[in-house]
Design a protein around this ligand. Structure first.
Ligand SMILES: N[C@@H]1[C@@H](O)[C@H](O)[C@@H](COP(=O)(O)O)O[C@@H]1O
Length: 246
């Protein structure tokens, strides 16, 4: 795992966008794996600026999102479909048919998970997967206790995750209890992974990750089993790491 530490959220976001744009320069029809949450919002702003100011194009790109809340219609204001539309899709020239997210209101959850994993395999492999980091070490919605060989599946969200995400809803009671998420194995199929972490509230999780102990109790630690991962952190998120140990 490469570790890059940046001054602040803005520089981290800029550098992440630079890597995305390099990827597109190498391959116009790249497959990007996308994440939600506050952390990638800066990256998505820079990607949007790239289209407006630097002539970048996502015309041939395909995107595959990590997860979606179960029970929320795509048009629901708090769905990840809406999040992606607001923060990225409406600002770039990515064709609608090329945007992929799990359906949060499927006829059958099991079939939806199978459909999504088949989609990842047929469009993929993902060239560049963007990940955020949950305070409990989750990636996507792979909560502590998840197995490394899980593909896309339905999960019950940890209480701490629902609390963390309550800020996007009115209250914790409105946060869905379940989600569909790409599994650890689905994520590790990607050719390259960028894990982003920003702010003091991620410092503990970053420290745990860099202890290099691979355990299902801290799902992000499975990233040590992939050979092309870059952790991009800002100073605050890196604040608890023992520099001498690195
Ligand atoms: N499902 C998402 C994750 O993909 C994200 O990485 C995590 C961290 O979010 P934030 O970036 O807001 O801290 O939260 C959510 O639970």
């Amino acid at each position: 795992m490469n570790v890059h530490v940046y001054e602040n959220f803005d520089t981290l976001s800029k550098e992440a966008a630079k890597r995305v744009e390099e990827q597109l320069a190498e391959k116009k029809a790249s497959v990007l794996g996308l994440a939600t949450g506050s952390t990638p919002i800066g990256l998505y702003q820079k990607m949007s600026e790239g289209v407006k100011k630097r002539g970048m194009s996502y015309r041939y790109v395909q995107t595959i999102n990590l997860d979606e809340y179960l029970g929320l219609d795509p048009a629901h204001p708090r769905s990840y479909h809406t999040f992606m539309e607001e923060h990225l899709f409406k600002h770039i020239d990515l064709p609608e048919a090329n945007r992929h997210l799990p359906n949060g209101k499927p006829g059958s959850v099991e079939e939806e998970c199978l459909r999504y994993e088949r989609l990842i395999d047929s469009i993929g492999p993902i060239d560049l997967q963007i990940l955020g980091l949950g305070t409990n070490g989750h990636i996507g919605f792979n909560e502590p206790g998840t197995a490394e060989d899980e593909e896309t599946h339905c999960v019950q969200l940890a209480d701490s995750t629902r609390e963390d995400n309550a800020r996007f809803f009115g209250s914790i009671d409105e946060v869905p209890t379940h989600a569909i998420t790409m599994g650890i194995r689905s994520i590790l199929k990607s050719k390259e992974i960028l894990l982003l972490a920003s702010g003091k509230n991620k410092a503990e999780a970053v420290k745990t990750l860099l202890e290099k102990k691979v355990t299902k109790e801290f799902p992000a630690s499975f990233l040590w089993n992939h050979d092309n991962v870059t952790l991009m952190v800002d100073r605050e998120a890196y604040g608890l790491v023992d520099i001498k140990g690195w």
